[in-house]
Every structure is written in C-alpha cells, then in structure tokens.
Design a protein around this ligand. Structure first.
Ligand SMILES: [Zn+2]
Length: 219
C-alpha cells in the first residue's frame, strides 16, 4: 500500500500541477468521446495504451470485458453503458480483450471454478463464444485461449447491441462499435473488421471497425 500512497503524493506534486487547467475545466463537466470496455487485468491500462488524458475515456472494466445482454434486471454494466451512450453521447465504443486473459483461459480450458461461484456465473455471459470456440479445431492450448479471447470480443459486441441505448444510437448513426484484442508482450492491437469477420492489425488498418450505422428499412 505504501507504493500506492507514494504514487498519490507524486501525482499531487508532479502530474496534477502539469494539468491544473485541464482539471479546472473538468471539475464540473465531462464529455468523453469514447466508451472503453476492458478486462480488469492489471496489465491492460486503457489510458496508457491509447495515450488518453483524464476526461477522454469513459471506462468500464470487469473480469473478461463482458457486457451482459440487456434484460429486465439490468446491472451495473448496463447502467454504465446506458449512461455513456444516452447521457454522454459517446461516438465510439471499444470492447477490448487481451492476451493471456485469466477469465478466457478458465473458459477455454474448462477450469473448475467451483470455489469461485461468482466468477463462474459471470463468465456464463461468454457462453455463445465458448460454444463456438469449442466447436472448432485448435492446434494447442495457447491457440485455443487466443481464439477464445477473440470470440469473446465478438460475442460481447453482439451483447451490447441488445441494449436499447446502443440500438438507438446505431440506428441514428451516432455511434461506432470497435472490437480490439491487445497483446501484452508486444503492445500490438488487432481490431475486428465487421465486413470480413477477421481481426486485422490496428496500426495498419486504423479505419477498421466492427459495427457502424445500420439503418433498417422497415417502413
Ligand atoms: Zn482478462
């Protein structure tokens, strides 16, 4: 804990004074451009990876970067998504998985989670990704886990589209969905291309996105 408090003191002495004006502007308002949904894993730091300052990312983090489908009893993730989209009007939503994810490893290797019933229950929200991944052939355990990480990002992109606020924002063409996988060792990001169904290196394909405006012609 000492390191954390020392870090705060360093923030107060160095980082805060450098951003006095920024924090003054942010004191009573925020208008982040993006909602960033990632795993709680300590090795993935959204603001560091995207080089964003305070006020720029609205962040939701949980085990496995999961977004439960919308239902009659919405929870904390649903409330945060709704607030970001309906109140803050974010233009982009990024769902970001990562390499060596403990949650996805547990699913892909059928790890016994009897001693962690809350985790086991939570990871059921990745069931559609799990069954798709189980039905495929994998070279080895590592590639199976990597594929699970990617399938989970795709599944959560589907889940988030069941949220009324997201559905409406897509209909009105004011939000774009992005699915990313961050590699811890190399710092690389692969992004899901909704048109081809493939993950492509983001550095070489910065325009790639998962889902954008989908007008339906029902009338
Ligand atoms: Zn993780």
């Amino acid at each position: 804990m000492k390191e954390i408090i020392d870090g705060f003191l360093k923030f107060q002495q160095d980082a805060f004074p450098e951003r006095v004006k920024l924090f003054k502007d942010l004191a009573t308002q925020q208008s982040p451009r993006a909602l960033f949904i990632s795993c709680s894993d300590s090795r993935l730091v959204p603001e560091l990876v995207t080089q964003r300052e305070p006020g720029e990312l609205f962040v939701i983090r949980n085990a496995g970067n999961i977004v439960p489908s919308y239902g009659p009893e919405p929870g904390g993730v649903s409330a945060s998504v709704e607030y970001a989209v309906a109140a803050l009007q974010v233009a982009d939503i990024v769902i970001c998985g990562h390499s060596d994810c403990g949650a996805m490893t547990a699913i892909a290797t059928c790890k016994c989670l009897d001693h962690m019933p809350a985790v086991a229950g939570w990871l059921r929200y990745a069931d559609s990704a799990r069954v798709v991944n189980e039905a495929r052939q994998h070279q080895d355990r590592h590639s199976k886990v990597e594929a699970m990480v990617r399938e989970n990002v795709i599944a959560q992109l589907a889940n988030i589209q069941t949220h009324p606020s997201v559905r409406l924002a897509l209909e009105e063409g004011r939000v774009t969905l992005h699915g990313w996988v961050y590699d811890i060792e190399s710092g690389r990001i692969d992004a899901f291309d909704g048109r081809t169904g493939r993950f492509l290196p983001l550095a070489a394909n910065p325009q790639v996105h998962a889902v954008s405006h989908q007008p339906k012609h029902v009338a």
